[in-house]
Design a protein around this ligand. Structure first.
Ligand SMILES: Nc1ncnc2c1ncn2[C@@H]1O[C@H](COP(=O)(O)OP(=O)(O)OP(=O)(O)O)[C@@H](O)[C@H]1O
Ligand SMILES: [Mg+2]
Length: 263
């Protein structure tokens, strides 16, 4: 099947005062329509850079990024993004924050339809009753839920999540993982998730891509076969332990702490 996202031979270096800093070097990632790929790798290896390339916020020096058979040349409303620190505007209500992207890039929805959609999304992530609150009145987990709704308001084909749950405590994070599965069932998208949490990667994604240290290349790809949404108990099965073991080892290789090929 043709991939919806295709990252082919991507190389990129930032120009810094100290000279070029090679960040990505030979990245190959393909995500089929409806697929959910988690990208893990050492800190600073270029994961956020990768999200900027897929979102069209930057162009790579070499190689190509394709979305739905079209070369990515700039930002588009069919890509939604959410980050570790949800930047919500304090002077707007939660509902108005979720609606914000529609003011920047208008959609075909009428004002009423847009508001209904925002309310639907907020209720999908468990935020009914908080529509008229301000961001500071919400917990960190709730703010992240609202930011997810904002990323989904345009009904994006592609959802890019850059460590969205990284700042949350473990229990809140697990709640949000389950919410993510619920959201994906109701609002299908093709996803790229950047994370440092290997359990998160195997719980949410159907494929985990391990990047090498900087400059990052695709070092290892692990498929996570899945028939239906997992439960948290599935993280404690021998299969999950095996997957986590493989990934932990690959991260050590990426960090230069274990030779490739050993287990
Ligand atoms: N605009 C920029 N100009 C120069 N260097 C940059 C720029 N953005 C990022 N870098 C550098 O590029 C490297 C990769 O950055 P990036 O943010 O993509 O890494 P990351 O894998 O997301 O890291 P982390 O896991 O800590 O979030 C880092 O060394 C960073 O300092
Ligand atoms: Mg990053």
């Amino acid at each position: 099947m043709e991939n919806l996202i295709n990252i082919k031979g991507v190389r990129h270096a930032y120009q810094t005062d100290a000279g070029p800093l090679p960040v990505l070097d030979g990245l190959e990632i393909g995500v089929p329509e409806g697929g959910f790929v988690a990208v893990v790798g050492p800190s600073g290896c270029g994961k956020s850079t990768l999200t900027r390339l897929v979102a069209g916020l930057m162009k790579p020096d070499h190689g190509e990024v394709w979305l739905h058979g079209e070369r990515v040349k700039g930002p588009r409303s069919t890509v939604g993004m959410a980050f570790q620190n949800p930047v919500l505007l304090e002077w707007r209500t939660i509902l108005k924050n979720v609606l914000l992207p529609l003011e920047i890039v208008p959609s075909k929805l009428s004002k009423k339809e847009a508001e209904d959609r925002a309310r639907f999304l907020l209720s999908l992530v468990g935020l009914d009753g908080f529509e008229d609150k301000r961001p500071s009145e919400l917990s960190g987990g709730m703010r992240q839920r609202a930011s997810l709704c904002r990323a989904l308001i345009h009904q994006p084909e592609v959802l890019i999540l850059d460590e969205p749950f990284g700042a949350l405590d473990a229990f809140t994070r697990e709640d949000l993982w389950q919410t993510m599965h619920k959201v994906k069932e109701r609002e299908p998208f093709t996803g790229v998730l950047i994370t440092h949490d290997l359990r998160e990667s195997i719980f949410l994604a159907d494929q985990v891509v391990v990047l090498s240290g900087r400059p990052a290349r695709t070092q290892y790809v692990l498929d996570i076969p899945r028939k239906s949404a997992p439960t948290l108990d599935d993280l404690y099965t021998p299969e999950a332990a095996e997957q986590l073991n493989i990934l932990r080892h690959q991260i050590q290789v990426a960090q230069g702490r274990a030779p490739e090929g050993t287990t």
